[in-house]
Design a protein around this ligand. Structure first.
Ligand code: FES
Ligand code: FES
Length: 162
């Protein structure tokens, strides 16, 4: 067993877990932050994407002990003062979700994508970078539109084609 401490959504947290515990299970079970989903545990679906020290990572591909001392943001950490993050608002406005199972991972991937590409983000890049996120119900068109719309609002980029 290991005792680990990390910052999650701006708050320092500690917990005890088995050395083999995956970060996604630590987040969901020890911290009760169940917005981060488990869709496969084989690093394919992207439902578990969180930010670790500012970059998106699949939390099923990291041990909780490897995240000790890091700064983690989960989907619960995006909205501020009751206001949805622009990417969350764009998914809602552009119908980028149906069942919502993939949505937390999609949103966390998108926030990182926009942060890295800024105004250079285009549709081809969004589609290429969504390769690691699987949606089983929407198709991807509205997700791409939502991400480009959010990027526009956050910095100015081209809209996805209709
Ligand atoms: S649960 Fe992590 S990629 Fe599917
Ligand atoms: S909205 Fe249902 S899996 Fe993507």
């Amino acid at each position: 067993m290991a005792k680990i401490t990390m910052t999650v959504n701006g708050r320092q947290v500690s917990g005890t877990c088995d050395d083999r515990t995956l970060l996604v299970h630590f987040i969901r079970e020890n911290l009760g932050l169940t917005g981060t989903h488990v869709g496969c545990e084989t690093s394919q679906c992207g439902a578990c994407v969180i930010h670790m020290d500012g970059l998106s990572v699949k939390s099923c591909s990291i041990l909780a002990v490897q995240a000790a001392g890091s700064s983690i943001t989960t989907i619960e950490g995006l909205a501020k003062d009751g206001e949805l993050h622009p990417v969350q608002a764009a998914f809602k406005a552009h119908h980028g979700l149906q069942c919502g199972f993939c949505t937390p991972g999609m949103v966390m991937t998108a926030v990182d994508m926009i942060a890295r590409h800024g105004s250079k983000l285009d549709e081809a890049t969004v589609r290429a970078e969504l390769e690691g996120n699987i949606c089983r119900c929407t198709g991807y068109h509205n997700i791409v539109k939502a991400i480009l719309a959010a990027a526009t609002e956050m910095g100015g980029v081209r809209q996805a084609a209709e």
